[in-house]
Design a protein around this ligand. Structure first.
Ligand code: ACO
Length: 376
């Protein structure tokens, strides 16, 4: 047994995986061997899902069939919708998503079947329905009618349509699709690890994904994107950046959207998202976010040597699309679902129970003292 605990499991390899690789020194991220700097500008979310699940880029006919299969499964079963709308108090969107995913298995005809084919069907079922849950729940909790999915629209465009009630412009669709692609997978991050631990007990995919959603929610992980946006809104103006960053660092506050366990340079996802944000901003009537975000990134780097991660530039990009900050982390979850499910299926393929150790540092050899003999 190792004498030294690796706090936060830093540097510990817990699995062999053929899904995703990261070079944290050079800032390179690859999905199934393809650099995301090459993939993201050309692909779509559906094509990326296919790549992650099947380890191949689909031919045209395969992609068309795959897209159609996903699109036809978008609608939510009435029993899940009724459950979502019957909470006595309103949960936050991420809590609603976590609960809905747990309940989805009850209506999935593949639930209970643990064959690889059934698990792939579950992955599709979840991927198709997560955006519907997020959009429906948001509209409902804001007193608005649901907008049902449009099977003619792509996965990303359909979500914006269900959320806002009108289809996005081509630029908005491209920006959102790209953001979803960049959030789709990221090796052995905390939520993926949680999913794999659950799957390693041979529990079902719904339980694994529920674990992952609960883990993504935390502010040190996926929850950072909403907080990064709150920070940008609070700063508001380029003239306030220096003062804000100096004060935050002096107060030992964590600056959300900066730093990463693996990347020792700019997160490559942030590079692509930064380009997209600035392209959108350049076409907007009131360009604002690109300049402000670049300024914050430069200042944080100059003062603390930290680089932006995926959450920093995805936040103003989603905000520019009219998406409320409360939905940023649920959108991360509905993007990451293809990565989580790919990782869960890989875990099942060559499973061994994940059961690490802890090093005991508590008191040793204590006798049991009867309650009559104990003192306050
Ligand atoms: N702001 C200020 N200081 C920071 C930040 C930050 N964002 N990130 C790291 N540091 C500092 C820490 O205070 C610590 O300093 P110290 O040694 O003087 O105490 C040092 O850098 C190391 O920090 P750790 O937390 O040990 O590094 P770790 O690898 O565990 O942290 C993490 C990675 C959690 C992402 C961290 O950088 C952080 O808290 N960032 C802000 C939250 C965030 O953006 N999370 C999203 C990450 S991407 C994703 O999950 C999708």
């Amino acid at each position: 047994m190792s004498e030294v605990a690796s706090k936060g499991l830093e540097g510990v390899v817990i699995a062999e995986s053929a899904i995703c690789s990261i070079d944290g020194q050079k800032g390179i991220l690859r999905y199934r061997g393809i650099d995301i700097a090459d993939l993201a500008p050309h692909t779509t979310y559906e094509e990326t899902a296919y790549l992650l699940w099947f380890d191949e880029l689909p031919a045209r006919k395969q992609l068309d069939e795959f897209r159609a299969r996903l699109a036809e499964q978008r609608e939510l079963h009435d029993s899940v919708w009724n459950m979502l709308t019957s909470f006595p108090c309103w949960p936050q969107p991420m809590e609603a998503l976590r609960t809905a995913v747990s309940a989805l298995s009850s209506c999935d005809p593949n639930a209970g079947d643990e064959t690889p084919e059934a698990n792939l069907n579950k992955a599709m079922y979840l991927t198709a329905k997560l955006p519907t849950i997020v959009a429906y729940y948001w509209r409902h909790s804001n007193g608005r009618e649901r907008v049902h999915p449009d099977p003619q629209l792509g996965h990303a465009a359909n979500f914006l349509y269900m959320l806002r009630g009108e289809p996005p412009s081509p630029l908005e669709e491209r920006a959102f699709d790209m953001a979803m692609v960049l959030m789709a997978e990221h090796e052995m991050n905390a939520s993926t690890f949680a999913a794999r631990v659950t799957a390693s007990t041979l529990s079902d995919m719904y339980s694994a994904i529920t674990s992952a959603i609960g883990t993504l929610k935390g502010p040190l992980h996926g929850g950072a994107n909403a907080r990064a946006m709150e920070m940008l809104l609070e700063i508001g103006d380029v003239g306030r950046v220096e003062g804000y960053v100096t004060e935050a660092l002096a107060g030992k506050k964590r600056i959300m959207g900066f730093g990463h366990r693996i990347y020792k340079t700019t997160d490559p996802r942030a590079v692509v998202l930064r380009g997209m944000l600035c392209e959108m901003d350049a076409q907007s009537e009131n360009p604002h976010w690109c300049n402000l975000a670049l300024n914050v990134a430069e200042t944080v780097h100059a003062k603390k040597g930290l680089y932006p991660n995926v959450d920093f530039f995805s936040a103003p990009l989603l905000y520019s699309l009219g998406i409320p900050t409360e939905l940023f982390t649920p959108i991360f979850a509905m993007s990451r679902i293809v990565g989580w499910t790919a990782q869960v299926m890989e875990q099942y393929k060559d499973n061994r129970l994940i059961r690490p150790l802890s090093r005991y540092v508590g008191r040793e050899d204590r006798p049991y003292v009867p309650i009559e003999e104990r003192h306050e």
